[in-house]
Design a protein. Structure first.
Length: 227
C-alpha cells in the first residue's frame, strides 16, 4: 500500500478474494502469514494483514502485524477489541455479506455512496466504542460480487466510486482503495491499469492506495501533487 504522502505499508493475506479460489482454514492462514509477519516486523516494516477470521487476526497481531485489513462483518466487534488491545489500526472494508468470500449480488441502492457512508458510520461507531482509534475505510472495489462480473458494469462502478470518494470524508477518517487491473481493457498494457485508476482515486481524495505497481503509482501521485 502507498499513502498519498508516500509512506509504504506491506499488505498480506493467505486467502484470495476470488469467488472460485480455494478456501483456506484458520490453521493454513496462520502457518502462511505468521512467519512473513515476524520477518517483516524484524525489519521494521509496517504490516497489514487481510482476513475476516478472529483467530487469524489474534495470531497475526500477536506476531507483530500493526493493521487489520478486515474483509468481513461477522464478529467484527470481537476483532475491533483485539485491534484496540494491540494499539493497532483497522481498515474497515465495505462488504455486503458475512465476509468477502460469501457475497452475492451487489445492491447498488438509490445512491451507493450514501449506502457506503451509512455502513461505515455504523462500523466506525462499533470500532470506536470498542477502543479502536486508528481507522481507514475501504469501499471494497476488488471484491467479486456476482452482478459485477460484466467488465463494463464493474469498471463503471469502480470509476464512479473512485471519483465520489470525497463524499466519505465527512466521516472523519481516511479512505483506502484497492486499484483494479481491468485486464479486459488494458490487455498487454495491464501494468498501466493501476496507475490509471490511481488518478481517479486521487481526484476523489483517496488517502491510501493498495497497489502492486508501487513505482508507477507513486510517480503518478507525485506528479498530481505538483498541481
Amino acid at each position: 500500500m502507498l499513502s498519498a504522502q508516500g509512506a509504504h505499508i506491506v499488505d498480506i493475506g493467505a486467502e484470495s478474494s476470488l469467488a472460485h479460489a480455494k478456501r483456506v482454514d484458520e490453521a493454513g492462514q496462520k502457518s502462511a502469514l505468521i512467519p512473513v509477519i515476524k520477518t517483516l516486523s524484524t525489519e521494521k516494516i509496517l504490516v497489514s494483514v487481510e482476513t475476516y477470521q478472529p483467530e487469524v487476526t489474534r495470531a497475526c497481531l500477536e506476531a507483530g502485524a500493526q493493521i487489520l485489513n478486515l474483509t468481513g462483518t461477522d464478529r467484527s466487534a470481537e476483532m475491533y477489541r483485539m485491534v484496540a488491545a494491540h494499539d493497532a489500526a483497522v481498515i474497515i472494508c465495505f462488504v455486503q455479506g458475512k465476509n468477502v468470500r460469501e457475497v452475492g449480488d451487489f445492491d447498488f441502492g438509490a445512491d451507493s455512496s450514501t449506502m457506503m457512508r451509512d455502513y461505515f458510520a455504523r462500523e466506525i461507531d462499533t470500532a470506536t466504542s470498542n477502543g479502536v482509534k486508528k481507522i481507514f475505510i475501504d469501499p471494497g472495489l476488488g471484491f467479486y460480487y456476482r452482478n459485477l462480473q460484466d467488465s463494463a458494469v464493474r469498471v463503471r462502478h469502480q470509476m464512479r466510486t473512485f471519483l465520489n470518494t470525497f463524499r466519505l470524508r465527512s466521516l472523519g477518517f481516511p479512505t483506502c482503495h484497492a486499484l483494479p487491473h481491468a485486464f479486459e481493457y488494458f490487455g498487454d498494457e495491464v501494468r498501466c491499469a493501476e496507475p490509471f485508476f490511481a488518478v481517479l482515486a486521487a481526484l476523489g481524495k483517496t488517502d491510501l492506495f493498495r497497489t502492486h505497481e508501487v513505482p508507477r503509482t507513486k510517480a503518478v501521485l507525485d506528479t498530481l501533487a505538483v498541481y
